[in-house]
Design a protein around this ligand. Structure first.
Ligand code: SAH
Length: 348
């Protein structure tokens, strides 16, 4: 096993069979070694920095019906909201004044936000918050839309593939196409945006083989960012009674991803922090190097309920930022507010 981990550390790749063997047989002491190698790798690529990104949840209207997600279209208990252009811009300006230099606009797939509206929003953020990076996470679009958003100044786009096993994907995404999701990720990369893929851990019936499909897919796509987190059941969804993912597996997988993709930007996600209060600090030690504090207006935070138990602080953003920075420092890392682009990326 140690030999296998060394091989992963040196070559940044393993075969499918080797990855399955690794996941099936990893002992606690092997895992400690794996995590130490992931830590060594992150020190070499991004040092001990943790990048802070301001997250703004712009809408919870969604036309999709993902079976795990609390803002799915069929959830009639969800209280829907959408921020106005002014509210989005104001949230960015507030964040910019606190020092944030990346804003992540995330939401459901909401037809209200046309390309035209998004282009206007991106342009105004870019003019009021010069030098700041804009990341979008608004679901599946056409290649021409991704291109238009990139041309308007968007820098990055997050679209988790959710699971790389077609049958599992289709069982939890009614009326969605696995092939289209993958096409979108390729299009995002092709137009020049930094692309973020990623998957859910602990989905019903998900096996280590499915997870290895995710790892192989990520290695092939070579995204600039990877977002992974535990699936957490949400009470108004068809998967309400399922078990969900755990922190231990999530952290093991963060370490493996750091070794497979040494240059990747890898967030310690809110979902991980939700199921394990010290999960994010453990994640930094296993190779994660991004955290996304919430800058959404307070009134909408509890409505963006993708899963149960999501922490809705109504702490002032300034205070929240300080708290997070203190936690990062206490864990032995350095909080950084700069754009924090992937070190291999340049705007073309
Ligand atoms: N509409 C956008 C953003 C979706 S929300 C898109 O399609 O990309 C962002 C992420 O939250 C999703 O990609 C999904 O992986 C995650 N998510 C949704 N429901 C979840 C749940 N119940 N538990 C954990 N993560 C969840």
């Amino acid at each position: 096993m140690i030999h296998l981990i060394d091989k992963l550390f040196i070559n940044n790749s393993l075969t499918k069979e080797e990855l399955i063997f690794l996941l099936d047989n990893l002992t606690e002491s092997d895992r400690d070694y794996l995590i130490s190698k992931a830590y060594e790798t992150r020190l070499r690529t991004y040092g001990n920095t943790v990048f802070l990104r301001g997250l703004i949840e712009i809408t919870n209207y969604c036309k999709r019906d993902c079976c795990y997600c609390g803002i799915r279209a069929s959830n009639s208990s969800a209280q829907r909201y959408r921020l106005t252009e002014e509210e989005i811009l104001q949230a960015c300006i507030n964040g910019f004044e606190l020092g944030y230099r990346t804003f992540v606009l995330q939401g459901g797939e909401d037809a209200y936000f046309t390309d035209e509206k998004l282009i206007k929003i991106i342009s105004s953020i870019k003019s009021k918050c010069p030098e700041a990076a804009v990341t979008l996470s608004l679901g599946e679009k056409s290649e021409s839309s991704y291109k238009a958003l990139y041309d308007a100044g968007a820098d990055r786009y997050l679209l988790r593939h959710e699971t790389a096993t077609k049958s599992l994907y289709e069982s939890i995404h009614p009326n969605m196409s696995f092939e289209n999701r993958i096409e979108c990720l390729k299009d995002i990369k092709k137009v020049g945006l930094q692309v973020g893929a990623g998957f859910l851990i602990g989905l019903p019936n998900q096996t280590n083989r499915d997870i290895v499909n995710d790892l192989i897919f990520l290695k092939e796509l070579e995204p600039h960012m990877v977002g992974i987190g535990p699936f957490i059941p949400q009470k108004n969804t068809p998967l309400r009674d399922e078990k969900g993912g755990d922190s231990h597996t999530t952290i093991t997988l963060l370490a493996i991803i750091r070794l497979l993709l040494p240059n990747v930007l890898l967030p310690a996600t809110t979902a991980l922090g939700t199921i394990d209060s010290s999960g994010r600090e453990k994640a930094f030690k296993a190779g994660a190097n991004v955290i996304m504090p919430n800058l959404s207006p307070f009134e909408c935070r509890k409505k963006y309920a993708l899963y149960d138990g999501k922490v809705f602080t109504d702490t002032e953003s300034a205070e929240e930022k300080k708290k997070i920075e203190t936690k990062i420092k206490e864990a032995g890392f350095e909080p950084v507010l700069s754009r924090g682009d992937n070190i291999t990326w340049k705007r073309i």
